[in-house]
Write a protein that binds this ligand. Structure first.
Ligand code: MN
Length: 254
């Protein structure tokens, strides 16, 4: 795994661990130190301002053609993902201002909406940061190594998993995600179908492989045919990236 990918992955795991609250990294684990070193990954925050930053696409926007078109990738990354990063930073800044204004200040009237914005935009930022790295030019095929074994253990084989995950993604109501996640309480993987970015998820789960099924992810090329998009997406999955995420996630303890 490249240093960049590892740094981004660790940053994402750190974000999720912090967000879930009850996950702690083993202090003796090298992952904890590496997480510190990755305090300013492209997908995380700037270490000085603590502002979240938009990670660059790890490949040219046309790399996933013909399965995902370049215009969709450009708009999706440069506009949609960027908006989640901005929304997260804006909400956190307003919450900081509300704290500074005090318990009786006007900002406290806004904390409910601002906290909603943190959950929505923060989850959107995390999932998109994983999504880009879950794909590559010339991807697809069947997974190998530890991820393949874990899929066999938890889902009874790749074909069963693929049908399960694909149907979850196709049947998300409205906008959302298909998510293969590591669940650290039982040390197993589960499939989630999130609505928007943050509804119908399970705390503590670490996303390993995510599929964006918001219309902005496919409508230019596939129009209303979400199923065609989901079926084509398997051709760009970067299984090495998923395997790396599994390796890191299994070091987390609940
Ligand atoms: Mn999206």
């Amino acid at each position: 795994m490249s240093d960049l990918n590892r740094r981004e992955m660790l940053g994402t795991l750190g974000t999720l661990a912090a967000a879930s609250g009850w996950i702690s990294l083993n202090a003796n684990d090298t992952l904890a130190q590496e997480k510190k070193e990755a305090a300013a990954p492209a997908g995380g925050t700037d270490s000085k301002t603590k502002e979240y930053v938009l990670p660059p696409l790890p490949y040219p926007p046309d790399a996933l053609e013909p399965h995902i078109d370049a215009q969709t990738m450009t708009l999706h990354h440069d506009k949609h993902h960027a908006a989640y990063v901005k929304g997260l930073n804006d909400a956190l800044a307003k919450l900081a201002a509300a704290r500074d204004a005090g318990a009786t200040g006007p900002g406290m009237d806004q904390v409910r909406d601002l906290t909603d914005a943190v959950a929505f935009n923060g989850s959107g930022h995390t999932l998109h940061s994983v999504f880009w790295l879950n794909m590559k030019k010339g991807g697809g095929g069947e997974p190998k190594g530890a991820i393949a074994k874990q899929i066999e253990t938890d889902f009874g084989g790749f074909d069963k998993f693929k049908a399960h995950f694909g149907n979850v993604a196709k049947k998300v109501q409205g906008s959302g995600w298909g998510i293969l996640a590591w669940e650290p309480l039982a040390s197993r993987m589960i499939v989630l179908g999130a609505e928007k970015h943050d509804n119908l998820t399970m705390f503590g789960c670490v996303p390993l492989l995510v599929l964006d099924v918001w219309e902005h992810a496919y409508y230019l090329k596939y129009q209303n045919n979400r199923g065609g998009y989901v079926d084509a997406w398997w051709n760009v999955v970067n299984w090495e990236n998923v395997d790396s995420r599994l390796s890191a996630a299994t070091k987390l303890t609940a």
